[in-house]
Design a protein around this ligand. Structure first.
Ligand code: K7E
Ligand code: CUA
Length: 652
């Protein structure tokens, strides 16, 4: 189920709130939220394109959804952490290494936070990063090909949830652990030793500004609480990152109750530029590690997986000036930084206010040592010293905040199912609108950037109950689009999503389309198994391996008929698509294949492995309707009990 623990906790709070008579801030006038001219505002006429791209997380589907806005039309699902039979991702020999980890092949994960790469604090349309929560990984997907190009596993990490968050020029992709773990004695300790032995980590992954390639520059060892969400500072606060922390009780059983004891948890402020200075001074320790680093090469059309053996770790208790805790009312979830970089707001799931901290006050408090003590050796800044102000009685169960370009903030409320608009400077509530239902994250296009595109806010909802046609026990999750161009927010559109859209990011379409790749140049194809023209097509036996070097072009395969294969052979179909034009993929499938089809883009080579388990004649065909004679794009493989000389037809 989706975010079950959070949901259960919050529903419990809702019950409590009703009992206490706090339910009066539920929105009234539900119908007035729908704009009279809504249809006109989201209608994108046939043949016209949308204004924006929306990239949603797939949650427990492990993928990224791509939609057009404001229409809500689904354009694509990009496979990242899960196999996708539609394209062969994770099934083809070339892409299998993408899903390799130190635990072996892991073809599923839970991904929550897509993040567009940034230059000068604004989306630059180059890449999108997303986290894998369960088996901690961070992926980089190209926005010129809409393909996942790189996945790095995070060692020393449990539950990569506060991840991935980018600094303003994508210097770093940052990910923090949700589940603390013991790191001495080969990672083993009694769970009852949680308070003393379990620690969190924050990974700082450097991103090459030309290639996008990632490597873990260092990890910070931090006190063992649950780090939940994060944002990097920007503009005035560039060089810092902020993390919400819950379970500062350090409970390790029945967290629902035991991690909700303290009146305040923390925001962790990290000065990463200072951490870099310590690193330069040689403060880092090399820890042995074991983590996969997988890279897809666009020229060879092949992914490779390397297991890295070492990582640099620095313990923050030996690094004065790097980390500070700031008290934050009750079990914070979201932690967001406004476009100026000055204001940091945190959403305590069980809190009655939204605290807004001031970056300059935090700096002054550090200078004046306005501390109330320390937590595991990390100074705790006095709440009042860091606070700019509180948004009072905002709603129930605040989760996340995004910003527009006019100095306003939009906060989602899970329990009271609403979006509340408030002014950052004055903390005054300006408007509230219901969501249907139980909103998690929300998204203002570029709403975490220096220049937000403040025309819409998109609600990302957990529950839709009566909103759509029923689909059995599981109902659709959904997005809702609200117009925020005027004083009042107005609902324009509901649309269902693939997977659970925890978070999403959006930006104007031109930022993405300017980098578009239309097809791969055959001349640049450096695959080991490429066949650049039909004359080179062949079938080669190497012991029990049979390599089929095949080409596909409208509307035939070369070779099309193959004989001489035997039961139990490893047959590798290396299919090169010879087309050099936009949007002409060919598919490839063979009867009885135990994995998937292949979907091969123009100029690309992909490989399907097939082990025939019985004798007979097996049809193969193209699965993508590529031309008027697509149905003619077929062939046979004859399989005998024993090997015979290989024969293949090339059309003569
Ligand atoms: Cu769904 Cu960002 Cu994982 Cu909040 S998280 S809702
Ligand atoms: Cu190629 Cu259908």
């Amino acid at each position: 189920m989706k975010t079950i623990s959070l949901k259960t906790a919050l529903l419990a709070v809702a019950g409590l709130a009703v009992a206490l008579g706090l339910s009066s801030c539920k929105p009234k006038k539900v119908d007035s939220a729908i704009a009279g001219n809504a249809a006109e505002k989201v209608y994108v006429a046939p043949g016209k394109k949308d204004e924006l791209y929306l990239f949603t997380s797939g949650g427990f589907s492990g993928q990224i959804g791509v939609y057009g806005l404001p229409s809500g039309r689904l354009l694509r699902e990009i496979p990242v952490f899960s196999q996708k039979a539609e394209s062969g991702y994770g099934y083809s020999e070339e892409t299998k290494p993408m899903l390799n980890t130190s635990h072996g092949y892991v073809p599923w994960d839970d991904s929550h936070h897509p993040q567009l790469s940034k230059t000068d604090g604004n989306a630059d349309g180059r890449w999108i990063f997303i986290n894998a929560n369960n088996t901690p990984r961070i992926a980089r997907t190209s926005l010129s090909t809409f393909r996942t190009e790189e996945i790095i596993e995070l060692p020393n990490c449990g539950g990569n949830h506060a991840s991935p968050f980018l600094t303003q020029n994508t210097e770093y992709v940052v990910g923090a652990s949700r589940f603390s773990l013991p790191y001495d004695k080969d990672g083993d300790a009694s769970i009852a030793e949680y308070k003393d032995k379990f620690k969190g980590t924050i990974s700082f992954i450097k991103v090459d500004s030309n290639t996008g390639n990632m490597h873990i520059n260092f990890q910070l060892l931090v006190p063992g609480v649950d780090y939940d969400l994060s944002r990097a500072g920007k503009a005035v606060s560039h060089g810092w990152c902020f993390f919400s922390c819950y379970n500062t009780e350090k409970a390790y059983t029945l967290l629902e109750v035991n991690a909700s004891q303290r009146d305040k948890d923390f925001i962790l402020a990290v000065n990463w530029k200072k951490a870099e200075e310590y690193l330069a001074q040689g403060k880092g320790q090399k820890w042995p590690a074991n983590y996969a680093h997988n890279v897809y090469d666009e020229n060879t059309h092949t992914a490779t997986s390397v297991i890295e053996k070492e990582v640099t770790v620095m313990d923050v208790k030996d690094m004065p000036g790097v980390c500070y805790y700031i008290p934050c009312p009750k079990s914070p979830h979201g932690c967001d930084v406004d476009p100026t970089g000055e204001y940091i707001c945190a959403s305590g799931k069980l809190a009655a206010v939204i605290p807004v901290y001031s970056f300059s006050k935090i700096q002054k408090a550090i200078e004046a040592k306005a501390f109330e003590g320390d937590f595991d050796g990390v100074p705790v800044i006095k709440y009042e010293a860091a606070l700019d102000g509180e948004v009072e009685k905002p709603g129930l169960g605040p989760l996340h905040t995004e910003f527009d370009d006019k100095g306003n903030a939009y906060t989602s409320f899970f329990v009271s199912s609403e979006i509340v608009k408030w002014e950052v400077k004055t903390k005054k509530i300006l408007d509230r609108v219901p969501t249907y239902y139980s909103i998690g994250h929300l998204c203002v296009p570029m709403g975490d950037c220096i220049k937000p595109y403040g025309k819409y806010v998109i609600a990302l909802n957990k529950i839709t109950k009566d909103r759509y046609l029923e689909t059995g026990p599981e109902l659709a999750q959904s997005c809702q689009v609200y117009d925020i161009s005027g004083d009042k927010m107005q609902l324009l559109l509901d649309f269902p999503t693939i997977g659970e859209p925890h978070y999403a990011q959006a930006c104007p379409a031109y930022i993405i389309t300017k980098n578009e790749v239309k097809f791969y140049k055959l001349d640049n194809n450096k695959s080991k198994y490429v066949t650049k023209n039909e004359k080179e097509a062949k079938v080669v036996r190497d012991g029990n391996d049979v390599h089929v070097y095949a080409t596909a072009i409208r509307s035939h395969f070369t070779p099309d008929n193959i004989e001489g294969v035997k039961v139990g052979d490893n047959v590798y179909f290396h299919v090169t698509n010879l087309e050099q034009d936009w949007d002409v993929p060919h598919g490839f499938a063979i009867k009885g294949a135990n994995n998937a089809e292949l979907l091969i883009m123009p100029g690309e080579t992909q490989t399907l492995k097939w082990i025939p388990e019985r004798t007979g004649v097996f049809p193969m065909y193209c699965t993508d309707f590529c031309s008027a004679l697509h149905q003619e794009m077929q062939g046979y493989v004859r399989v005998g009990a024993t090997a015979s000389p290989l024969k293949f037809n090339t059309g003569e």
